[in-house]
Design a protein around this ligand. Sequence first.
Ligand code: PFF
Length: 443
Amino acid sequence: MRENWVSRAGFILAAAGSAIGLGNIWRFPYVVGTNGGAAFVVIYLIIILVIGFPLMVSEISLGKMTQKNPVGAFKALAPDTPWWLVGAMGVLSGFVILSFYSVVAGWGLAYVLKTLQGVFTVSNTEEIFVGHITQGLQPVLWHFIFMVLTTIIITLGVVKGIGRSVKYLMPALFVLLLMLVVRALTLEGALEGVRFYLQPDFSEITFGSLLSATGQAFFSLSLGAGAMLTYGSYLKKGDDVVSSAVWVIFLDVGIALLAGLAIFPAVFALGFDPSVGAGLAFVTLPAVFAAMPLGNLFAFTFFLLLSIAALTSAISMLEIVVSWMVDEKGITRFKATIGIAILIFILGIPASLSIGAVDISIFGISFFDFLDLFQERFLLPIGALLTSIFVGYVLKGSKLRLEVNQDSKKLKLGAWFDVLIKYVVPTAIGGILIAGWISLFSS
Ligand code: PFF
């Protein structure tokens, strides 16, 4: 028997748990920081509404309609066609993304311990960060610990593992984040950071920002990898998809915005640079915390929050692959989870080492950066593009919409949904994708 979420709230928490992760706490603030601030946030919100929402509804209901993993879902809806390959690409995405995601999550766990030891000062954070990630064995060990936590939850199953853990972890995450926001906003000089974050200056926007905003949207909403499809497959007939999708998007965007509100005011108030890039959370923030009273406590809170967010996302990536093995290959959940987790852990080792300990590079970039670029420029956007084409053209226009509306209590999808999924979403992704490839290969 296939498991079902215990309630609609259970599904929303799990799906929001998948969406809210390193993408919100670590990536969103630094991408905003390097793309000029508020104007980028506006573009991001538009992309979420126009591309993210229709895709979120589509993925969840493809899962719900078929009650299957990504490969099985496409097979059921389009038998004897190659469309199942879109599902297979999703399974590959879950596998690839988790391998390096777990490495970064491992840094987060290591930092929880470091903040307890109180090692940070205003001037030593870069040294500590570089020392940690290039050290070789240590980050691999933390990657291992993080994979063990993820594995334990997934072996327990959808209700006892995923459902029960998000029920406690998501509220905890929210409370911790609110604490940080209040702290940041009450610092002297915080307002300048709020301005940078919320007062748009559109002259800062370039094509590169558009590309980053699209990549960030897919990654943050867990779209294009079949995660939402997989979670949707544990919904019951009759469950409302549209309002759940709205909730998940609202929570994901809300938490990303709050993360920025916890970070930028503090960065500005204490005189740091918001545009340092990927080191913002691991280099700048510990220094920011070290410069404020009770800084260790807030630093501890931040990295605990980051680790929790990462864990509830990681379980969804592992679940994509596990659900495929359980459904399609008839392997028990326990065996599938352990086997896949070991393979993902192994793929993560060269990713972790390539950052500095050992020279492992592909096409002139580190193996870690290669995996990240591969998901951002190929796996997620192509997965999302093909999903929209499938829903718009293969499922015959409004079939998915009619199906979704049957169970939709308040919010119904109108004909505008067909326009979005058939024309707007594929054209927008296709255009951005191709332009992105041109800039990638010409650089
Ligand atoms: N949405 C997650 C985050 O923002 O950290 C990352 C993610 C999860 C991407 C699941 C893809 C996925 F299938």
